[in-house]
Design a protein. Structure first.
Length: 99
């Protein structure tokens, strides 16, 4: 996933210090690390997503459909062959036919 955070450098430094403290805590270390780790994934803006394999994994077509319903534009780039694009297109639930 490609994400954006407005003040990433400042926020990350503050988070890193909290994470470091959690990892050396003598009480409830695992819970503290989980709690601080979850903070890192807040207030982010989704820019895009990427994958490597040609075949779509379970749940990907449904996820693509949900992203489209949310108004997020979807581009599916497929390797170097037209056959790959034609073969993958139906499984993406992408209704725009552009090859």
């Amino acid at each position: 996933m490609l994400i954006h955070c407005v003040d990433a450098v400042h926020e990350y430094e503050a988070w890193r210090l909290r994470y470091q403290q959690a990892t050396i805590s003598l009480e409830n270390r695992e819970e503290q690390v989980d709690m601080v780790s979850n903070e890192l994934e807040q207030n982010l803006h989704l820019l895009g997503a990427t994958a490597i394999e040609d075949r779509l994994q379970d749940g990907v077509p449904e996820t693509i459909e949900d992203l489209k319903k949310a108004g997020i534009k979807i581009w599916v780039a497929t390797g170097d062959k037209l056959e790959t694009a034609v073969g993958q297109h139906p499984s993406t639930h992408n209704s725009t036919h552009k090859y």
